[in-house]
Design a protein around this ligand. Structure first.
Ligand SMILES: *[C@@H]1O[C@H](CO)[C@@H](O)[C@H](O)[C@H]1NC(C)=O
Ligand SMILES: *[C@@H]1O[C@H](CO)[C@@H](O)[C@H](O)[C@H]1NC(C)=O
Length: 149
C-alpha cells in the first residue's frame, strides 16, 4: 500500500504522459470514448462518477498540466513525510480518466501511515534514496521490500 516516490526528475514526467496517452495511441482497447476529455467543473452542484464536465469552451490548456510534482514537499511534520497529490482536485483534466499520481517526500525515519486504496492499483518509482515499501493482503500477510532508486 505504501509505494513511495521522491524527487521526480524529467523522465518521471515522460512516464506520466506515456501512461495517460498510451491507450488512445495503440488502439488495442475497446471503442473510442464518447468524448475527448471531461475537465472537472469544480463548481457544479450535482455529482456523478467524478465531477461533471465543464463546457468545452470554458476549458483552458492549464487544466491538463500540473507542475506540483516537481516541488519538494516540506517534511517537517510528525510523519517526517509529505504527500503531494496530482489528483482531480489539483489537476481537473484528470477527471473521469481513472488515474492520479502522488509525489511522496520522506526525510530519514519518515513514514506514510498504513492506509488502503479500494478498487485501485498502485505503482511507484523511487527517484532518490532507499525506502521500505509493502502491503498487507486480506489474509494479513505482509509483502515488503527495501527498494532503491
Ligand atoms: C507538504 O509540503 C507542502 C509544500 O512545502 C506544504 O505546503 C504542506 O504544508 C506540507 N504538508 C505537511 C503535512 O507537512
Ligand atoms: C517547513 O515546515 C515547518 C513547520 O511548519 C516550517 O517551520 C518551515 O519553515 C517549513 N520550511 C519551508 C522551507 O517552508
Amino acid at each position: 500500500m505504501a509505494t513511495m516516490i521522491t524527487l521526480p526528475s524529467p523522465p518521471f514526467f515522460m512516464i506520466l504522459f506515456l501512461i495517460v496517452l498510451l491507450p488512445s495511441a495503440c488502439r488495442c482497447t475497446g471503442p473510442d470514448p464518447l468524448q475527448d476529455f471531461c475537465v472537472a467543473d469544480m463548481k457544479a452542484s450535482i455529482s456523478v462518477n467524478g465531477f461533471p464536465c465543464k463546457p468545452v469552451y470554458e476549458v483552458k490548456s492549464d487544466e491538463f498540466f500540473f507542475e506540483g510534482l516537481a516541488k519538494e514537499g516540506n517534511t517537517t511534520n510528525v510523519f517526517r513525510a509529505n504527500i503531494t497529490a496530482a489528483d482531480v482536485l489539483a489537476f481537473p483534466g484528470l477527471n473521469t480518466l481513472g488515474i492520479s499520481m502522488n509525489r511522496l517526500d520522506f526525510t530519514s525515519g519518515g513514514v506514510n501511515p498504513s492506509h488502503s486504496h479500494p478498487h485501485a492499483t498502485m505503482a511507484g518509482v523511487i527517484i532518490k534514496g532507499k525506502l521500505l515499501v509493502g502491503f498487507m493482503t486480506t489474509a494479513n500477510v505482509l509483502h515488503s521490500k527495501v527498494l532503491e532508486a
